[in-house]
Design a protein around this ligand. Structure first.
Ligand code: ATR
Length: 272
C-alpha cells in the first residue's frame, strides 16, 4: 500500500488517520495513513526521510504549517497566499509541492454539505490568525458581496484586508463595530478554546444568519451556544470542514474524491 502520514506536535488527537482510513476503505484505494510525532527541531529532516522512504503524501498540522510553506519548492496560489501548507507531495521530477486545503474544505462544507450559498452574501469573519488567512482566498473566490474581518487586535484584521484586497471587497474592524445584519458569520478565532466569545453587537446575528464555527467539539462550542442564545437557527461546527479538507488532500494525492457526508456522521461519534 502507498504510505501517507500526518506530522505534528502533539499528534495523538489527530483525526486524520481515522478519516483517511475511512476514505481508503470506501474508495478502494490501497493506502496506509499514520500519525507521526515530529520533534520541534526535526521537521525538515522528518519530511526528507518520509519521501526518501517512498512516502507518497503528507498532511501537516500544528506547529509546522508555516515551516512546510517555507520548505515546499512549489506552492499552489491559495497556499502561497495563506502562508501555510497542510498538504505535501512530490511530483515526477521530485519537486516538493505544498497546498492548503482548509479553505476549500470550509467552502465545500457550507455550499455542498449544508447547501448554502456564499455568492452575493454579506459575510462576517471573526479572527485574523492563521486559521482565517488560510481560508480567505477560497472564500472570496465564491464572490460574496463583501467580507468584513473583525478581530480583537484590529491591526491584524487590517493587514489581512490589505493582503487579500485584490481578491474581493474586504474591510476590517473590531468586534464591537461589526454591525450587521450578516448572512453568514464564520468564527475563525480560537476564543472557543477558552470558552469565550467575541463581543459582537446584537445586530450581527439574526434568525436568518448562518453561523459557522471552524472549531468543533462533542458539545456546542461557546460561540455556537452564544449564537443560539442570540436567536440563531442555522448553526454548524467545523467537523464538516475537517473532513472536507481531508477529502481535498486525498483528491490531490489519489485523483479520487471520497464521499464525505456519511463520514462526517461517523467521525462525530469519535468526539463523544
Ligand atoms: P490560528 O492559527 O489558530 O488562527 P492565531 O494566529 O494565534 O491562531 O490566531 C488566533 C485568533 O483568535 C486571533 O484572531 C486571536 O485574536 P488576536 O489577533 O487579537 O490575538 C483570536 N483570539 C484568541 N483568543 C481570543 C479570545 N479570547 N477572544 C477573542 N479573540 C481571540
Amino acid at each position: 500500500a502507498d504510505q501517507y502520514a500526518v506530522m505534528g506536535n502533539p499528534i495523538e488527537h489527530s483525526k486524520s488517520p481515522i478519516i483517511h482510513t475511512l476514505f481508503a476503505a470506501r474508495t478502494g484505494e490501497a493506502i496506509r495513513y499514520e500519525a507521526e510525532l515530529v520533534e520541534l527541531w526535526d521537521f525538515k529532516d522528518a519530511v526528507a526521510r518520509f519521501f526518501e522512504n517512498k512516502g507518497r503524501g503528507l498532511n501537516i498540522t500544528v506547529p509546522f504549517k508555516q515551516e512546510a510553506w517555507e520548505l515546499a519548492s512549489q506552492l499552489t496560489e491559495r497556499a502561497r497566499l495563506s502562508g501555510a501548507v497542510n498538504t505535501l507531495w512530490q511530483d515526477d521530477n521530485g519537486e516538493l509541492w505544498g497546498d492548503t486545503t482548509d479553505g476549500v474544505g470550509l467552502v465545500r462544507d457550507i455550499t455542498v454539505n449544508h447547501q448554502s450559498t456564499i455568492a452575493g452574501k454579506n459575510v462576517l469573519v471573526l479572527g485574523a490568525g492563521g486559521a482565517v488567512r488560510g481560508v480567505l482566498e477560497p472564500l472570496l473566490a465564491e464572490k460574496p458581496a463583501q467580507v468584513v474581518i473583525a478581530n480583537r487586535t484590529v491591526s491584524r484584521a487590517d493587514e489581512l484586508a490589505k493582503l487579500f484586497a485584490d481578491y474581493g471587497k474586504l474591510t476590517a474592524c473590531g468586534f464591537t463595530e461589526a454591525e450587521g445584519p450578516f448572512d453568514l458569520v464564520i468564527n475563525g478565532t480560537s476564543a472557543s478554546l477558552q470558552g469565550e466569545c467575541p463581543p459582537l453587537p446584537p445586530s450581527a446575528i439574526t434568525p436568518d444568519t448562518i453561523v459557522y464555527d471552524m472549531m468543533y467539539g462533542a458539545t456546542d462550542t461557546a460561540f455556537i451556544q452564544w449564537a443560539k442564545d442570540q436567536g440563531a437557527v442555522h448553526t454548524m461546527d467545523g467537523l464538516g470542514m475537517l473532513v472536507e479538507q481531508a477529502a481535498e488532500s486525498f483528491f490531490i494525492w489519489r485523483g479520487v474524491r471520497p464521499d464525505t457526508q456519511e463520514i462526517v456522521e461517523e467521525i462525530r461519534q469519535y468526539l463523544l
